[in-house]
Design a binder for this molecule. Structure first.
Ligand SMILES: C[S@@+](CC[C@H](N)C(=O)[O-])C[C@H]1O[C@@H](n2cnc3c(N)ncnc32)[C@H](O)[C@@H]1O
Length: 210
């Protein structure tokens, strides 16, 4: 703690400010349609009677697209209440989405999900302890047979995101970091174009919990 401000408070303030100052449709990670996320969801083969959690979902429209596909049990977790409010207000009242303001490195789940999704969040965990906490949470949150979809910046991707340092991944390193007990379904590279026209290569994997 520095001057009464904890690291999680600082991180939360950083993300709230980023969404407030830049606007959810101008941040570098914005995409009008969650193309990669939906492609990963389709590869996972999760049934619409299944449940999904979007880790660090922010103001993304991914949760809405899952509802459009017929899912009725979707959770969106993010540090930023500002980001979640934007997504919640856009969606309107829906009993199918649960919004959670929480830090993925300290949060304790009280249930499991059939589909775990993370687009551009794991790469912010630059400390081994943070990645260990994420790994532990992931394995407690997804039952055997469930699916995991994670996308990070690729090895030749940007060195920072949102002004913060990040880790860049190959498919092999990402799978290693996510721990034993995941069988790869598919993996690859996806090039995201930011609202200002910059290109950002991502590494993605979809895996089954075995
Ligand atoms: C690059 S954005 C990606 C947002 C979203 N996944 C998307 O694809 O549009 C990263 C998101 O992760 C959230 N975030 C960062 N660190 C986090 C943490 N430790 N726990 C939960 N959310 C976090 C941020 O608030 C932000 O919404």
């Amino acid at each position: 703690m520095v001057g009464g401000v904890t690291q999680p408070d600082r991180a939360r303030a950083h993300w709230d400010e980023r969404y407030r100052a830049t606007g959810s449709e101008s941040v570098s990670w914005f995409e009008p349609e969650p193309r990669l996320s939906l492609a990963m969801f389709d590869l996972a083969g999760t049934d619409r009677s299944g449940s999904a959690i979007d880790i660090g979902g922010g103001a993304s429209s991914f949760a809405e697209t899952l509802i459009d596909r017929g899912l009725t049990d979707v959770t969106v977790l993010d540090l930023s209440d500002v980001a979640l409010s934007i997504a919640r207000n856009r969606l309107g009242n829906s009993e199918s989405v649960h919004w959670l303001v929480a830090d993925v490195t300290t949060w304790e789940p009280d249930r499991t999900w059939d589909f775990w999704h993370d687009r551009a969040v794991f790469h912010f965990l630059t400390e081994p302890e943070q990645r260990a906490a994420y790994r532990s949470l992931l394995h407690r949150s997804v039952p055997t047979g469930g699916a995991v979809a994670v996308a990070t910046f690729a090895e030749d991707g940007p060195e920072q995101c949102s002004g913060l340092p990040i880790e860049r991944y190959s498919v092999g390193r990402l799978l290693d970091e996510l721990g034993d007990g995941l069988a790869e379904i598919a993996s690859g590279r996806f090039v995201h174009t930011t609202p200002s026209g910059a290109v950002q290569p991502l590494t993605w994997i979809v895996a089954r919990k075995v």
